[in-house]
Design a binder for this molecule. Structure first.
Ligand code: SDX
Length: 428
């Protein structure tokens, strides 16, 4: 037996051997199968449900087993024993840092947390009720105009500097989007604080000299950032790669990733989960709500996943983190509704047959709300966590000799060769 397909094209009687490599056949090899009029065979795969777009060594997921590993390390161990900055280094550089490498990384990121003052006035120009994700998407894109040297994507030193800048500045932009919506003054970074503690300071500091967050909350948010740091070729990473394939600067590519993450089927799901739980209001309403989902009236947000056909390992860890946070903040009353939803859904044939389990977004919003974040901020938190992953994948893309500009085919279903009738005749 060989790793290949033997196919016979019944349109022409031709037979072909198509090699199988890494469990895939190459589109180029399928293209050698021609129709009688010479058209190459292509694959129609909306949403790329069964299409590999790249080779990557950043993140491994086994959806059936509920396994997630960053650069080969199990997410459970990283969440338990590492920090977000160390995981960010691992994702970008492909290995855990030495002490010197980590200290340099932490120093560089700490001292790049400030943004140009023009960014501040740019952000102050948004409406008072602007959604923070819209502000984040726009301000990340705007950074490309402050660092024109970032366009030289072939220069590794320049690439690494932009990666440090973006990881460093995302919390500043995210926190300022939040403060703008609250009508509060922007808080500048405090370089004496760690990455996540500094983010909390820029969010919540008022007139005190230094904002001191509860260490348990800092740790819980750091773990949440780790859990969101990368996730192979998800919708927003695919957007970053697709935009990056045109060889644009990384700020423009990541701004596109923020836009994709904004959607309710992707990163916006955590915000949608909270709104859904609020709408259910009470545990006794859960059975009726589930019936509505099964009738197709709506989706059970925070459930289901393109890859995980088992419990999302991140949801398990987040559920545990809930206990740590609620120890400080008190239990979120919506938790009871969420747990009832999970209990009923996991026993119901509709969800079981479709292998729908809680995903990363199902419980994360409960924690964010306990931090006093409004739902509009939840996806901003997701974006801050995902930034190292987007950049690690972008870096892999720009160095991958097999990659080309993303330009898929289509199946044309429109009219052909119509004769144009000028408006003078059409409207008479
Ligand atoms: C994230 O890709 C990633 O890795 C993403 C992510 C990451 O870290 O980057 O993990 C983060 O985006 C998590 C997903 C957050 N989204 C939600 O929670 C929104 C609700 N879930 C879905 O809409 C859905 O499950 C998706 C979008 C997550 C996955 O959609 P798919 O793989 O395209 O599956 P599908 O929409 O084709 O659904 C398959 C079936 C359908 O039923 P039938 O048409 O076969 O009868 O399952 C049903 C769907 O109707 N279904 C749901 C459902 N999700 C799927 N029914 C009710 N509630 C749901 N949540």
């Amino acid at each position: 037996m060989t790793d290949s397909l033997s196919v016979r094209d019944n349109r022409t009687g031709q037979e072909y051997d198509v090699p199988i490599e890494n469990g895939t056949v190459k589109g180029a090899d399928l293209g050698k199968i021609k129709s009688p009029d010479g058209q190459p065979l292509a694959v129609y795969d909306p949403g790329f449900v069964n299409t590999a777009s790249c080779k990557s060594s950043v993140t491994f997921i086994d959806g059936d087993e509920g396994i997630l590993e960053y650069r080969g390390y199990p997410i459970e161990q990283l969440a338990e024993q590492s920090t977000f900055l160390e995981v960010a280094y691992l994702l970008v550089h492909g290995e855990l840092p030495t002490q010197t490498q980590y200290e340099t990384w932490e120093h560089d990121i700490t001292y790049h947390t400030f943004v140009h003052e023009n960014v501040k006035s740019f952000m102050e120009g948004f409406r008072y009720d602007a959604h923070p994700m819209g502000m984040l998407m726009a301000s990340v894109g705007a950074l490309s105009t402050f660092y024109p040297d970032a366009r030289d994507i072939e220069d590794d030193e320049i690439r690494q500097l932009q990666i440090v800048r973006m990881i460093a500045k995302m919390p500043t932009l995210g926190a300022w989007s939040f403060r703008h919506a609250q009508g509060k003054p922007f808080v500048y970074p405090d370089n004496e604080l760690g990455y996540t503690a500094n983010f909390l300071s820029m969010l919540f500091k008022m007139s005190e000299d230094r904002f001191g967050a509860d260490e348990r909350l800092v740790k819980a948010l750091d773990v949440l950032f780790i859990l969101h740091a990368d996730h192979e070729q998800n919708c927003s990473t695919n957007a970053v790669r697709s935009i990056g394939s045109s060889q644009v600067d990384p700020y423009s590519a990541v701004a596109g990733g923020v836009g994709a993450l904004y959607g309710p089927l992707h990163g916006g799901a955590n915000e949608a989960v909270l709104r859904m739980l609020r709408r259910i209001k009470d545990k006794k309403n859960v059975p009726d709500f589930i019936e509505g989902v099964k009738n197709g009236d709506e989706r059970l947000m925070g459930f289901g996943h393109r890859v995980y056909k088992n419990y999302d390992p991140r949801a398990k860890i987040i559920k545990k983190a809930c206990d740590d946070v609620f120890e400080v903040t008190g239990v979120n009353p919506l938790l009871e509704i969420a747990m009832e939803l999970e209990k009923i859904a996991l026993e119901d044939e509709y969800f079981v047959s479709r292998k729908l389990y809680p995903n990363v977004d199902f419980y994360s919003g409960l924690i964010y709300e306990a931090f006093q974040f409004p739902p509009e901020m939840f996806t901003v938190l997701f974006a801050i966590g995902r930034t190292p992953g987007w950049l690690a994948q972008w870096l892999e893309l720009v160095q991958d000799k097999e990659q080309k500009i993303a330009r898929p085919k289509q199946i044309y279903t429109g009219d052909r060769t119509l004769d144009f009738v000028p408006s003078s005749k059409r409207w008479s």
